[in-house]
Design a binder for this molecule. Sequence first.
Ligand SMILES: Nc1ncnc2c1ncn2[C@@H]1O[C@H](COP(=O)(O)OP(=O)(O)O)[C@@H](O)[C@H]1O
Ligand SMILES: [Mg+2]
Length: 400
Amino acid sequence: MIVAGVMSGTSADGINVALVRVPARGRGRPRHTLLAHEEYPFPAPVRRAILAMMNAELARVADLARLNFLLGELYAEAVAKTARKYRVKIDLVGCHGQTLYHQGTAELFLRRKLAVTWQTGEGAVIAARLGVTVVTDFRPADIAAGGKGAPLVPFLDYLLYRDPPHDGRAGRAGPQRIAQNRIAQNLGGIANLTAIPAFASLRQVIAFDTGPGNMVIDAVMDELFGKRFDRDGKVAASGHVLDSVLSQLLRAPFFRQKPPRTAGREEFGREYVNRFLQFCHGASKPDILATATALTTQSIANAIQRFVLPRFRSRQRGNHQMIASGGGTKNLTLMAMLREKLAPLGVELHVSDEYGIPAEAKEAVAFALLAYETWHRRPSNVPSATGATRPAILGKISYA
Ligand SMILES: Nc1ncnc2c1ncn2[C@@H]1O[C@H](COP(=O)(O)OP(=O)(O)O)[C@@H](O)[C@H]1O
Ligand SMILES: [Mg+2]
């Protein structure tokens, strides 16, 4: 069976499509093969509209309805284009959709405590255009089961990175090799990690959002240079970190919060960046960029020290590996800072490409596999990661 996974993340930079082959039958967890991956940037007006719709003051309900159908069309076109290019016939689509609002922790609303989430991109449109079954809206079922609705990628992280591998790939952790504690770190708009101790069962996996990934860097670039992002980290590379600003930022309650925890534009969006820029008042542009970049890397290192290393049995140096993915891996300054901050913790930095998954494709692959599980009526949330009280079958199905 060939499943297309479609991801468009909080960066609102574009659509990632992964075509994944999953054996139709077979016992246990399926072994999958990534056949192709393509990325389609959103046209600038679409990106502006998406960002506006995430802003309560600017969003109008008619436009929200329109955006839902427009994104359905764009997702379908992206999948169709990829399938044509690689001459592949698709059997199923898993589409994450565009998050407009995510509040994983219950808050009072009309006298009820509710956790809520909202992804847009109409599945019925995708199904109609492509003529195949489509799974969308993965997060609500986990929230309904008492979870935070995020993160959902740990399902794939566990399949990919648990060491020793227990899906039949024999013998890689022989006596001559010590099993690794692994941290899958995604560097999207938000940065989130999945920690998989050596020999872990699925229940021992922890996962949470560490804080901003590229979101603050992108917004600062937009504000100071009118650019979408700091290409290759060049601007940050020419600046110096403003240490006092950085330590002030890291004192925010979010960074102290115990996992599971989630973040989004609600925490690190426009308002946050305005405050950040006020703190940096008078500093040079490169220094501001360097500081935004260090905020990402230092918050990751702190989270690992506080919440992850205590869960790893082996404290031996060199037994901890981080495997990074997401667009942030292309930011060389971010990666250099991260490597430097992880070294004293005994964590070695790698990129997911080394493990056969291009860094920018991983989340799209995850939603292909989540759709596959849903198609088979199997649960795929990881309760230890989301805080759900039980496993849940994720998503809603649109039939062609
Ligand atoms: N060449 C590059 N140099 C620096 N940053 C990059 C580069 N390519 C992509 N990025 C960063 O990656 C982000 C997109 O990452 P992605 O994993 O798609 O995030 P999301 O899941 O939030 O959409 C961009 O907004 C940008 O910040
Ligand atoms: Mg993206």
